[in-house]
Design a binder for this molecule. Structure first.
Ligand code: MTE
Ligand code: MO
Length: 257
């Protein structure tokens, strides 16, 4: 919770800065302010600011969190329940000891991090509800590394707009992948989960790590994440719509809930 409040407060500071500079401009333009056209133009800009701000505030809201007693006794699996590449199977047999997550693309400091390094970072634990568009939901506890910590360490370029998650599995004949914008990427509940219900994340749920982006629908929760790439252009990946189901099933890229 503390995290979430901090996140919202940063947005408040942003609003403060906007209003602050607006006030400065006003005090320097008292004469012009008499002009009715100028005044109505200012009002238009001001309400635009509020709309932008309000939608950012909404995006910063936390998804509901639940009590341990709410955890579903059975959590359905969907899509791939294993990745079948020789490379993945070798990592799996080895308990992912030599597996490394790659963080690259539009970053100043590309990373290669093993599971131990990820687990050594500050972690977040959350009990949330997963909603699949196919009409089922389930509640689980997820434990993992906040994505923003990795993005900060990798020093994502100010020109980057999206974070792409490359997965180890093919579904049908095509590689699974997903992407989110930076608002969701820096959201306090967006984590790379390596734990589920108090245990090491099982293979069928996406071991060694899966994305939890709690303000989004099930198909955005990429399992078997191998590589995270910062980019300013989603059209260059696979079918160009930013995700497997977006490309194949024409699902919405922004699947906010
Ligand atoms: N890599 C990968 N991630 C994936 C999928 C998949 O097939 N491959 N299926 C998605 C869909 S549609 C859902 S509902 C959830 C299912 O997660 P679960 O198996 O843990 O229930 O994972 C999502 N992430
Ligand atoms: Mo789904």
């Amino acid at each position: 919770m503390t995290d979430g409040h901090k996140f919202i407060r940063r947005r408040d500071l942003l609003r403060g800065a906007t209003l602050g500079s607006g006030a400065l401009i006003l005090s320097g333009c008292d004469a012009m302010n008499e002009n009715a056209t100028f005044r109505s133009a200012l009002r238009a800009v001001d309400s635009l600011n509020q709309i932008t701000h309000r939608s950012l505030m909404d995006r910063a809201t936390l998804a509901p969190e639940f009590a341990p007693s709410d955890i579903s006794p059975v959590f359905k699996t969907n899509g791939s329940v294993i990745a079948t590449s020789a490379e993945y199977l070798a990592h799996m047999q080895n308990g992912f000891a030599d597996w490394r997550l790659r963080v690259d693309g539009m970053v100043a400091n590309p990373l290669m991090l093993g599971l131990d390094a990820l687990r050594a970072m500050p972690a977040r634990t959350q009990i949330t509800r997963h909603d699949c568009v196919e009409g089922w939901s389930a509640i689980a506890q997820w434990q993992g590394t906040p994505l923003r910590l990795l993005l900060q360490q990798a020093r994502v370029s100010s020109r980057a707009k999206y974070i792409v998650f490359h997965c180890a599995d093919d579904y049908g004949a095509l590689p699974y992948y997903e992407s989110i914008d930076l608002v969701d990427a820096y959201h306090p509940q967006t984590i790379l989960a390596w734990g589920m219900n108090g245990e090491t994340l099982p293979v069928k749920y996406g071991a060694p790590i899966r994305l939890r982006v709690e303000r989004q629908l099930g198909y955005k929760q990429a399992k078997y994440v191998m590589r995270i790439e910062a980019t300013d252009d989603l059209t260059k990946f696979h079918g160009g719509k930013g995700g497997y189901w977006e490309d194949v099933g024409d699902y919405a890229w922004y699947a906010g809930i």
